[in-house]
Design a protein around this ligand. Structure first.
Ligand SMILES: Nc1nc2c(ncn2[C@@H]2O[C@H](COP(=O)(O)OP(=O)(O)OP(=O)(O)O)[C@@H](O)[C@H]2O)c(=O)[nH]1
Ligand SMILES: [Mg+2]
Length: 344
């Protein structure tokens, strides 16, 4: 009897280990590396990797594993704004990238669109992730309004990524900087990067440590079915804390969304103390359902004993359309640009 129960314990341990997905978070290019640097050694279960064709920048990036992309293509000097070079550099390093990604089930690809390395390499890396059977989720910023030339490149890069990834979470750098607060420029970019790092940490923790029954499955379904996504954070205090945190998160979405009613899916993740009530969460669901009326909405909760009379909400909206990027079915989206890259 004892032997039998020991065996089933061991079996359960095996089962649990194999039902929790292994998550990798990859930063590519300057912005991607800056963001993942803030995540390395923060206690996250996810593997943190940094990829760049710029050797100097990579040398100051913090990550568990750093890969210099395409030395023969770029001599370690970066791609100087040319995505074609970024794609070539990534293809040169396919073997090393594939080896590092092996065994990951969910791969977040973090990139500032508009430059050479990240914009060009991200779709190639996403292809590698998909060929290994992983879910590939892009997490990208779009350039500031002032970066005129880069915005066109970013649009093409985004189309290419949508064509390969299961979902792409899009953040407008202009909105991100506003949300980060009124700080001197050097500090505000770091604060903005912290917001993305915090979001990634939340998201990967939600996948690894499910916070409500079935929530991880809804999260996976949402992340892998619905083209362009975006997110927002909100806080609330006192009697109306949950309601206010949802409203604030929706008011602070990090991408302009054309019509919230057209969103296909929504996730509310609420973190708060023991004073949170089940009624509050029903209310949260109702609010989001009212605003994004066509969305399938799921709600997850995390108890944080150090919080009282306040909550923090994260909202992810999936299948949205923004003025930057029209919504189109992703199967039709393998753009000519991507095909060109892969023909090279
Ligand atoms: N949020 C955020 N955006 C950044 C940061 N650095 C750059 N960006 C944005 O990302 C875009 C691409 O810049 P990089 O990431 O430096 O470009 P890259 O991928 O390294 O490409 P090359 O340097 O041309 O090889 C820029 O046009 C900015 O809009 C950063 O630290 N944080
Ligand atoms: Mg660079």
């Amino acid at each position: 009897m004892l032997v039998e129960s020991r065996n089933s314990e061991a079996y359960m341990g095996y089962e649990l280990k194999h039902t929790v997905p292994h998550v990798s978070i990859l930063g590519i290019g300057g912005a991607g590396c800056n963001i993942v640097s803030l995540m390395a050694k923060n206690g996250s279960e996810a593997s943190i990797l940094a990829l760049n064709s710029d050797a100097r920048h990579l040398s100051v990036t913090k990550a568990e594993k750093r890969i210099l992309l395409g030395y023969n293509t770029t001599s370690g000097l970066g791609c100087m704004g040319f995505p074609e070079r970024g794609a070539r550099a990534a293809k040169e390093s396919v073997g090393e990238i594939a080896k590092e990604l092996f065994g990951s089930q969910v791969i977040f690809i973090v990139v500032g669109l508009g430059g050479g390395t990240g914009t060009g390499a991200a779709p190639v890396v996403a292809e590698i992730a998909k060929s290994q059977g992983a879910a590939a989720i892009g997490v990208v910023t779009i350039p500031f309004q002032t970066e005129n030339m880069r915005r066109a490149k970013a649009k093409e890069g985004l189309e290419a990524l949508i064509g390969v990834c299961d979902a792409v979470i899009v953040v407008d750098n202009g909105k991100l900087l506003k949300t980060a607060g009124n700080l001197p420029l050097s500090q505000s970019l770091v604060a903005a990067n912290r917001l993305i790092a915090r979001f990634l940490r939340n998201l990967s923790d939600m996948l690894v440590e499910p916070c409500s029954p079935g929530f991880d499955l809804s999260l996976k379904a949402l992340m892998t079915e619905n083209g362009v996504c975006t997110f927002g954070f909100g806080e609330g205090f006192g009697y109306t804390k949950v309601k206010d945190s949802i409203r604030n998160a929706l008011a602070n979405l990090l991408l302009d969304v054309r019509d919230l009613r057209k969103a296909e899916g929504g996730i509310i993740h609420v973190e708060g103390g023991e004073d949170m009530k089940a009624e509050d969460l029903k209310e949260a669901n109702k609010i989001l359902k009212k605003i994004a009326s066509n969305a399938r909405v799921s709600c997850g909760v995390r108890l944080n004993n150090s919080m009282y009379d306040s909550v923090r909400a994260t909202i992810v909206l999936a299948g949205v359309e923004s003025p930057f990027q029209e919504k189109r079915r992703k199967l039709n989206l393998v753009s000519s640009w991507l095909k060109r890259l892969f023909r090279d």
